[in-house]
Ligand binder design. Structure first.
Ligand code: AHR
Length: 345
């Protein structure tokens, strides 16, 4: 009898132990399952959703200092930060992709930085650091230049439609070469792999083809006056059968202007010239009569970028792309002098 009672008792104990084990292994029933998404868990800041600019510590990865546009863009970030009361940690990538990735990792590790802003040197190479930033709960904002893919790993891109800038340049080159027997155009390209270099070329070819323009030469000149001049000089040694030059930024167009002059050609007359950026230097070249058209790319992005960074810190969702406002300016504009006088950069 006793024996059987003991067995029954042991059996009950076994059942309880088993059920206890079972419930331990089953996932705790939580009313709201944590949503595991690819999206960066923005708004993880303690102050969210009521963070202010004083709470914002931005780690900004700038490309480098390759010209007038970049100088105006950097100034926009450095001047606007103290005006808003936020802390800016500025990283100069010296136009070196490896340095930019290293700077990104630095900001992920930096306990003070709560939002990372980047002007990507190239469109690829960002997956790992973007995933690491998401894992660290640090929202990422792209400024000025887009990247390929991974939209779910950054909050927003604030910058230009580079394809549209190229289209505008192609359309204006068509107008200037109307009636020209041949329409050979040379293209000075930005740094290889950069969104503006890829997209402006795409846009230009789209509209230029509509009037039968042929891009007969195209080469990177890395956004620089010196390389713009060297590349054009080399081409002019081969042939002078060129009716137009498309400089993907002002500096490269300035280099081409110098090369044309030294080759005895008249820039903006013998060869039509279009640049992108519309910096003060481009206005001076138009006033000097050596540049026909400049397509604006707005460098004063900081106020929009910082507003987006604060929204991200507060966990607010943002449009994936916030395009910047831009125009086109002409050497032939009768008001050119007063327009130039009113420019901020
Ligand atoms: O990303 C914008 C481009 O970068 C500008 O057009 C060029 O001048 C700069 O280097």
């Amino acid at each position: 009898m006793f024996h059987s009672k003991k067995l029954v008792f042991l059996f009950i104990i076994a059942v309880m132990v088993l059920s206890a084990c079972q419930s331990a292994t089953e996932a705790p029933v939580v009313t709201e399952a944590p949503v595991v998404t690819e999206e960066p868990v923005a708004g993880g800041a303690a102050c969210a959703p009521n963070c202010t600019y004083e709470d914002l510590v931005v780690g900004f990865l700038q490309t480098g200092s390759e010209g007038g546009w970049r100088a105006a863009n950097t100034a926009s970030f450095k001047e606007t930060a103290p005006q808003l009361g936020l802390t800016l940690k500025f990283y100069d990538s010296q136009n070196d992709l490896a340095k930019q990735v290293a700077g990104f990792q630095q900001f992920i590790q930096d306990p003070e930085v709560n939002v990372i802003v980047m002007s990507p040197l190239e469109v690829t190479g960002w997956e790992q650091v973007l995933r690491d930033a998401a894992a660290a709960g640090k929202p990422v904002i792209l400024s000025d230049r887009r990247i390929d893919g991974f939209e779910d790993l950054y909050e927003s891109f604030i910058g230009a439609d580079f394809v549209e800038e190229g289209r505008k340049a192609g359309t204006e080159m068509c107008k200037m070469l109307e009636g020209s027997a041949s329409k050979n155009v040379w293209e000075l390209v930005g740094n290889v792999g950069a969104a503006p270099a890829i997209d402006r070329g795409t846009g230009f070819r789209e509209t230029a083809a509509e009037c039968g323009i042929t891009v007969t030469k195209s080469q990177t000149a890395n956004w620089s006056v010196v390389e713009g001049k060297q590349v054009t000089e080399a081409w002019l040694k081969e042939t002078q059968d060129v009716q137009g030059i498309f400089g993907q930024n002002d500096e490269m167009a300035f280099g081409a202007i110098e090369a044309l002059k030294e080759a005895g050609l008249v820039p903006a007359e013998d060869v039509k010239i279009i640049s992108v950026d519309a910096t003060a230097g481009a206005f001076q070249a138009m006033l000097d009569g050596t540049l026909n058209v400049t397509v604006e790319c707005n460098p004063l992005l900081a106020p929009q970028v910082y507003a987006a960074a604060l929204a991200a810190l507060n966990g607010e969702s943002l449009p994936k792309w916030i395009p910047s406002e831009e125009s086109v300016f002409f050497m032939t504009d009768p008001n050119l002098e007063s327009i130039a006088a009113g420019r901020k950069y």
